[in-house]
Design a binder for this molecule. Sequence first.
Ligand code: DCP
Ligand code: CA
Ligand code: CA
Length: 362
Amino acid sequence: MQVDLDYFYAQCEEVRNPTLKDKPVVVCIYSGRGGDSGAVTTANYVARRYGVRSGMAIVKAKQLLRGVDAVFLTADLDYYDEVSRRVMNILRRYADAFEEVSVDEAFLDVTGRVRGDYEEAKQLALKIKEEIKRAEKLTCSIGIGPNKVIAKIASDYQKPDGLTVVKPEEAAEFIAKMDVDKLPGVGAKTKKVLEEIGVKTIGDLAKQDPQKLVSIFGMKIGNYLYNAANGRDDEPVKERAEPTQFSRIITLKQDAKTVKEVEGYVDEICRDLYSKVSSQGYAFKSVSVTCVSDTLSTYSRSETYEHPLDGYDNLRAASIALLSRLLEEERIKVRRVGVRVSDLIKKRGQKTLYEYLTSTTE
Ligand code: DCP
Ligand code: CA
Ligand code: CA
């Protein structure tokens, strides 16, 4: 089952101020550079009827809503996090295994408790929707399917306040007519490559020769695409008790295009991240750098190392190298920059470098 809260930030705002409900509500992150510089995080469904979308410049949203009694609010991320935490605590109780995916989205493995029965799963979903409504006054959309890919697509299928149940035998047909970028993980780039080989819909993708997909995208992604397009996916719902990553992102004082301009921010992030990671006793094998452009598109580059990295200097060097690569390959104006370390390795006590490396390379 996947649960995704509807127009999340904007719905949170409606909850604490119900008089907003019938008006277009646009939740913004202002860049801090004065005026209406900044972007829309999300908007309620009333505002969406006017064409307002996540990632749009605030100026553009104001144009679309000119002459309309609309409300523009500054995002209050701490408040949304708080609401999210409470909702996640409700959801967790309904799952055999629980995976929080983002602030407003989670997977619940409910196979055991409904004994594989889709009707029972549907009843459970209705109960979950009711409880979230009662406790937090929020609506959500739920998708139920035989695996995570189908559940995710199903939760997106009817929104807001939706509930879509897809049985295993219906899965392939359910997704066949959809555009290929409805598959989780297929972004603009993959979509373009697929278009070049004549694939527009998920059904087109399902009929490709899997060998051909592997030769284009590599083993891991090629196989994923082929199986997912056929409604198959065996990724488990993963509990995340231990932290799996540490990250931090900051907004630049001014949009930037070169490594030189962004470097200082990366230093600051690395210093902060490294102190967190090392104080909790972790080293890490993967580093990733993310840039959010002036249009709120997100770009990332990451690297996984054979041996765990440790030390501020190493983290900084790895981050700068990734940033350079990203800015060379994408001609973007950077608004926000972030670094993430993952594939964490718990350092037990003080070990020699040799012990350390041999204990962590499987
Ligand atoms: N968000 C953001 N910037 C984006 C996209 C989303 O800050 N470019 C934030 C605001 C959203 C929240 O993440 O409320 C969840 O994103 P979703 O994609 O789930 O979108 P919504 O919950 O807003 O709408 P929907 O009803 O379509 O799920
Ligand atoms: Ca949502
Ligand atoms: Ca979401």
